[in-house]
Design a protein around this ligand. Structure first.
Ligand code: AMP
Ligand code: ZN
Length: 106
């Protein structure tokens, strides 16, 4: 999606503080951190919200993103952390490309 900021980060058109990159997702530091560690785990595929994940097609994706978040939390030295998806405007979602917030505290 050409006008999607996270697609542009996935495509390398906008720089980000990237911490992870694999076939399915990337992870980078949130530009406005709300915790000691605040990382976004973002699928490479443009999917607007978690509510748009398709049964069958995307079953593996969220589990994979949690695995990535767990590894990053450990690597970054989080003592405890929170994993969050905001879904829809009423749910606090501002960027309409799926992203998992990993917020951790040292
Ligand atoms: P949400 O409210 O769940 O849609 O969260 C969007 C998050 O993306 C916010 O925490 C923003 O600070 C973050 N964000 C927006 N643009 C960028 C960017 N260019 N690089 C890193 N994080 C960003
Ligand atoms: Zn996108």
């Amino acid at each position: 999606m050409t006008d999607c900021i996270f697609c542009k980060i996935v495509g390398g058109d906008i720089p980000a503080d990237k911490l992870h990159d694999d076939d399915l997702c990337i992870a980078f530091n949130d530009i406005h951190p709300k915790a000691d560690i605040h990382i976004l785990v973002v699928p490479k595929e443009h999917i607007a919200t978690v509510a748009d994940l398709e049964e069958g097609k995307h079953d593996h994706l969220v589990g994979h993103m949690v695995n990535v978040a767990n590894k990053l939390a450990k690597r970054e030295g989080a003592q405890g952390y929170r994993i969050q998806f905001n879904v829809g405007e009423k749910g606090g979602q501002e960027v309409f490309h799926v992203h998992m917030h990993l917020m951790g505290w040292k």
